[in-house]
Ligand binder design. Structure first.
Ligand code: FAD
Length: 387
């Protein structure tokens, strides 16, 4: 039913998907439990993924990339979601950090950083959120003050994915504290050799445990001016441009998780018996799964449409916001209602659904809360009404 061909993907994408699925099954999934326990994915896994062409898929060969397109990036996100892996943070690295450098970096910056990112020898993080500024990023306090040929950076970030592993941090900070959103710039901090840079705790989380999430501290860290991406004061608009892609990736993951979890639940309820019949014999089970399947089909149609727009360079913030809102809500609804049909087993971490449930909760918060998505969509509705 849901496994019809997807026209947004080509034959080449199909071959890549098979290879990605094999790589994940052979090289990543066997370590998933250990990484959940450790709260971190070791650097070797990043290098192996780089060698296999799973990182920064849409980078051209001149920057060390595998010369794919956004479809290949979407496939990596889908296959990691299908495998129920909470780490490694490849999509943040490839779809957010590398994308900022590829899109807004100078030629010299691209040549310096992108080949290592595609190879998995340089791990990237994006640091926007602060203890007192998350949804409202304009309120960030981390600042970069010019001093000769350098910026001197002071401040604190939190909840930063890949924060423990990161070699390169795309840091959003204020270069003009009096200019609101127009005072925000993006500066790349290279962790090695940056005096005054310190990683704080790898934060203990409810889910997504294999992905390191950290506090980062900057105490008068001196960074050359040439590490700034784009123009001074343009950081906020760069963030807004790229967040659409991040939100689409979350929609893609959400849809794949919903489809996958429905599949596990069909299998489980077919086997498990109560009151002399299988759980799937109860009409409630079939009705719930039918309803979720219809919604997952709608989410699939939406995400494929948005992937097509992103491939054409046309995806906008409102469309991405709709995708994230709908698909992550559905992800949550699906894992929660399906977990119910597993009974007590669903609460046990030895069953994948328990981990999928814990991992799903964050998707309606990170990358912009559901309410913020509604604001973005609502604003557009009413601004159009004014014309
Ligand atoms: C696991 C994880 C990984 C993360 N990774 C990163 C990362 O790599 N880099 C990074 O910079 N950040 C990261 N974040 C931070 C994440 O993007 C923020 O948590 C998120 O944007 C929400 O900000 P906040 O936590 O400050 O919540 P707040 O801004 O305090 O908002 C709290 C709640 O208030 C409500 N709310 C907020 N604004 C509105 C509004 N306009 N209208 C109505 N209700 C509203 C929402 O319900 C929201 O959830 C991560 C977070 C988590 C949990």
């Amino acid at each position: 039913m849901l496994d019809r061909p997807r026209p947004v993907f080509s034959e080449d994408h199909g071959i890549f998907r098979d290879a990605a699925r094999r790589f994940i099954a052979d090289e990543l999934s066997p370590h998933a439990d250990a990484w959940e326990e450790a709260g971190l994915v070791p650097r070797e896994a990043w290098r192996a993924a780089g060698t296999a062409g799973l990182l920064c898929c849409d980078l051209p060969a001149e920057y060390g990339g595998p010369e794919g397109d956004f479809g290949h990036c979407a496939i990596v996100a889908e296959e990691l979601a299908r495998a129920n892996l909470s780490g490694p943070g490849f999509v943040i690295h490839s779809d957010m950090v590398a994308t900022y450098i590829a899109k807004f970096g100078s030629e010299a910056q691209k040549r310096r950083w992108l080949p290592g990112m595609a190879a998995g020898t340089l791990i990237g993080a994006i640091a926007m959120t602060e203890p007192d500024a998350g949804s409202d990023l304009k309120g960030m306090r981390t600042k970069a003050v010019r001093d000769g040929e350098s910026y001197v950076i002071s401040g604190q970030k939190t909840y930063i994915s890949n924060g423990q592993n990161a070699d390169l941090i795309v840091l959003a900070c204020k270069t003009d504290v009096n200019a609101g959103a127009h005072g925000i710039s993006l500066i790349v901090v290279e962790a090695a050799g940056s005096n005054g840079f310190r990683r704080g705790r790898n934060l203990a989380k409810l889910g997504m445990k294999a992905q390191d999430t950290s506090e980062l501290f900057f105490d008068e860290v001196r960074v050359p001016l040439e590490n700034r991406l784009g123009e001074e004061g343009q950081g906020f608009s760069m963030l807004m441009t790229n967040l659409a892609r991040e939100r689409l990736i979350q929609a893609i993951r959400g849809t794949m998780v919903a489809e996958t979890v429905i599949g596990w639940t069909v299998e489980h309820t077919r086997e498990r018996k109560a009151f002399g019949r299988t759980i799937s014999d109860f009409q409630n089970t079939r009705f719930v799964l039918a309803e979720l399947t219809a919604k997952a089909a709608a989410a699939r149609a939406l995400t494929d449409r948005l992937i097509g727009l992103q491939l054409a360079g046309e995806l906008d913030a409102v469309e991405a916001g709709m995708g994230k809102l709908f698909c992550t809500d559905l992800q949550w609804e699906t894992v929660d209602r399906c977990l119910q049909m597993f009974g007590g087993a669903g609460y046990m971490l030895e069953y994948p659904i328990a981990r999928a449930w814990a991992d799903a909760r964050v998707t309606r918060i990170a990358g912009g809360a559901a309410e913020v998505m509604k604001e973005i969509i609502g604003r557009k509705l009413f601004s159009e009404g004014k014309r």
